[in-house]
Design a protein around this ligand. Structure first.
Ligand code: ZN
Length: 223
């Protein structure tokens, strides 16, 4: 069966607008079968989402995730359970594989948003590359597609949603035998994926910009 997955979404546990529950309902509306909530430096949003998805019918499968701010840039980590994450890329890759997690550089060529840049080519043990990020520039995404080809790695397309309107904007088809987390993780490792490249429409970009301004104004009045 072919599953539709968005594996890069932010919730209220970092700088996203939607709660984990809202993300799951929106993802279901958009016909997503699998979601990874990947808040900055915390698994908390995805842990809440998984707990919630297990109690309700027909909600998407939740992969535990985190977007780790490494010294070198942002890296996505997908795991079966919460793990500690080192802040250096080489140590993170080693830890990820020891824990059976997947390790994927986020928007590698979007330097403004802390992609790791050309360093992506210095490591050959990524499980996949985020080749399309709906929030990144087309130029940055094209370079990421090339890097995945050079390294011979599977490519993922994700929304990097911070507001509900962005969820599922870009997504990846994953071919699995059955609808289980194990099968999804294994299918990504084996490259049974097809990223769908879609960019963010202008009206959604404006909403996202508005949300970022509102959020930073809110956090500066708090501090
Ligand atoms: Zn992100």
């Amino acid at each position: 069966m072919l599953l539709k997955a968005d594996l890069h979404v932010h919730s209220t546990y970092s700088d996203g607008k939607a709660s984990p529950q809202e993300i799951l309902y929106t993802a279901r509306e958009r016909s997503l079968h699998v979601v990874a909530i990947t808040d900055h430096d915390t698994f908390a949003g995805s842990v809440v989402a998984r707990r919630y998805s297990n109690t309700a019918q027909d909600l998407p499968l939740v992969i535990l995730g985190v977007e780790v701010r490494c010294d070198e840039g942002d890296i996505l980590l997908y795991c079966e359970r919460e793990v500690d994450f080192p802040r250096r890329v080489d140590a993170l890759i080693e830890k990820a594989h020891a824990e059976n997690c997947l390790v994927v550089p986020a928007h590698p060529y979007d330097i403004m948003r802390l992609g790791i840049g050309e360093l992506v080519l210095s490591y050959n043990d990524w499980d996949a590359i985020e080749v399309w990020n709906a929030s990144a520039t087309r130029g940055a995404n094209l370079k990421a597609i090339k890097a995945a080809q050079v390294l011979g790695k599977p490519g993922l397309a994700n929304s990097d949603a911070h507001i509900p309107e962005e969820i599922g904007l870009a997504y990846t088809y994953i071919e699995v035998e059955d609808l289980t987390l194990d099968s999804v993780m294994e299918a990504i490792r084996r490259g049974r994926v097809k990223p769908v490249y879609r960019s963010r429409p202008l009206n959604v970009t404006l909403k996202r910009v508005f949300w970022s301004i509102k959020r930073s104004a809110r956090s500066s009045t708090r501090s």
